[in-house]
Ligand binder design. Sequence first.
Ligand code: FMN
Length: 186
Amino acid sequence: MTNSIVAETRAPGKAEGSGMNVLIVVESCFGNTASIAESVAEGIRARGGSVTVVGAQAVPALDDVDLLLVGAPTHNAGLSTPTSRRQAESHGAVRSVTGVREWLDALPARLNVRAAAFDTVAGRSIFTGSAARRIVKRLHGHACDVVGRESFLVVSRVGPLAGNESARAERWGSELVERLSRFGMP
Ligand SMILES: Cc1cc2nc3c(=O)[nH]c(=O)nc-3n(C[C@H](O)[C@H](O)[C@H](O)COP(=O)(O)O)c2cc1C
């Protein structure tokens, strides 16, 4: 991922009047979590939301954000660290000196925004842990209203994503917007 905005799309006509402005911040060493972010974005656009996807090195404005999504790969049962990112690099990952851990560190104390978290995991046991669980905890610490958390499976450390995970991510994005729209949000 780079510092730049990865993708920005405003849905033409805003179907069903969602009008929701969604920011997705994502960290990805091998590209799998970034791919999930794009699928989630597709699902949100399909429900009329506008989505911006940025890498975790970016410092985007959060003023007009109705829903903040934060996603990261699970490293050592939680969020990546400089050490785990170097380990990933030794397995062929792109070099990244910073990630979601540092992005969350830099947030203002009180964010007061609606938010959700996602991650990628290489397994589904009590030992694999979840970066998203850590993200949720951190977002609660910033007074966010956390409305969802989801994990997506990769078949090995470097990927690819398992079976239907891209489609499931798209559905998750759609469902988040649908659920919030039903409650009259934003
Ligand atoms: C240093 C390191 C530690 C990892 N630890 C875990 C872990 O504790 N649990 C897990 O499910 N996956 C673990 N993985 C696998 C990652 O979940 C996998 O690399 C990631 O989901 C791929 O996403 P990405 O392509 O976005 O980096 C680890 C990977 C690395 C490189």
